[in-house]
Design a protein around this ligand. Structure first.
Ligand code: AMP
Ligand code: MG
Length: 350
């Protein structure tokens, strides 16, 4: 049985928080809102609780989880050899959508780090998340509260769709305000490296750290071969991402949608408000993410729109890219992964 408990996002009820924290301390699983997406929480220091967490998600043990803390004092308990840059980032961006990878303390179980000598740590900004972590009194492992490989959840309803009956409780405080996962930065490398772009833009990190590297080549380099990237954050329909100038994207959207519709495919379009006039007359299923100039809005609506399109039984989704500035980088990463690496770029086409 999975209990769903409504909560005020700004003023979480201490009694409910205490009950949820007790479940976590006893090795149970509680899904809760963070400012990025909904997380599935487990006691991050308890190997049995972690095993349950991986089991509930269907997540392979080779995929390390992020440990969530509510106070800076917890950082040196979990990480060692913390460089000055990590403290600077923590003071500037925590609580917030930034995860830091640092050498781990022995107390961190191997299951949390997939056997790696490093651990990923974040202090989330959502009042419900902070209250829960504080009440639990332990670091909380919290990957996204979905079945492994499915689209990440930004509402309690999404969590229920994936995990009903597999977890103990869901704290429902409405939609997650950012809508994409945290930025993961590895501080154990000679140059700080973004392993996963996310809710904290690269530009903000660089203001503090100077130049940072971005690990995933698919974001900036040439198109990867199809199937090279792991399919993740994924809808059921085949997806293709169009990367290029707005006019090229609109032309291609129309041309590709027309061709596949003629072949009898059910086609979905994941687009910006500005693209709508170019395709409005086509019998395609359209999900609009908002204006291409409002990247925060695009990020917030991205996963719900992917779920929405997915529910319509489509064969093909054509999605448009939003560049690499600010949140654009995280949006592209999620789109390209959802598409399993299938991208079409303006510079590669005639
Ligand atoms: P999720 O829990 O689904 O938000 O994903 C956690 C992200 O953090 C994944 O991209 C992991 O690969 C990354 N991560 C967690 N721990 C580590 C680590 N020790 N080293 C490198 N990446 C990590
Ligand atoms: Mg995830």
């Amino acid at each position: 049985m999975t209990r769903v408990v409504p909560m005020d996002p700004q003023h979480p009820d201490p009694e409910v928080i205490a009950r949820a924290a007790e479940i976590l301390r006893r090795g149970g699983l509680v899904a809760f809102p963070t400012e990025t997406v909904y997380g599935l929480g487990a006691n991050g220091l308890d190997p049995n609780a972690l095993a349950r967490l991986f089991e509930a998600k269907g997540r392979p043990a080779t995929d390390p989880v992020i440990l969530h803390i509510a106070d800076l004092d917890a950082l040196p308990l979990l990480a060692r050899e913390i460089p000055p840059a990590a403290w600077t980032l923590a003071r500037r961006f925590w609580p917030g959508p930034l995860t830091m990878v640092l050498p781990k303390q022995p107390v961190v179980p191997d299951l949390a780090t997939a056997g790696l000598p490093t651990v990923a740590i974040r202090m989330p900004a959502h009042p419900v998340a902070l209250a829960l972590i504080r009440a639990a009194g332990v670091p909380i492992a919290a990957p996204s509260a979905n079945r492994f490989g499915h689209t990440s959840p930004t509402t309690a309803q999404h969590v229920l769709e994936d995990l009903e009956g597999r977890i103990d409780m869901i704290l429902d405080a409405g939609p997650a305000p950012i809508g994409v996962e945290s930025t993961v930065v590895d501080l154990t490398r000679p140059v700080p490296t973004i392993l996963r772009p996310g809710g904290l833009p690269r530009e903000d990190l660089e203001e503090t750290l100077g130049p940072v590297a971005v690990f995933d080549r698919s974001l900036t380099g040439p198109a990867p071969a199809p199937g090279m990237l792991p399919k993740h954050y994924a809808p059921r329909a085949e997806m293709v991402v169009l990367i290029g100038p707005g006019d090229w994207i609109r032309l291609r959207l129309r041309e590709l949608a027309t061709r596949y519709l003629q072949e009898g495919y059910r086609v979905g379009l994941l687009i910006a408000e500005e693209d709508r006039p170019a395709v409005a007359d086509l019998p395609a299923e359209i999900a609009t993410l908002g204006s291409e100039r409002d990247l925060a809005g695009i990020a917030r609506r991205l996963y719900p729109a992917m779920r929405d399109l997915d529910a319509r039984g489509l064969d093909l989704i054509l999605a448009r890219d939003f560049g690499t500035q600010g949140l654009g980088l995280a949006i592209r990463d999620r789109l390209v992964r959802a598409a399993g690496g299938r991208v079409m770029r303006a510079e590669d086409s005639p």
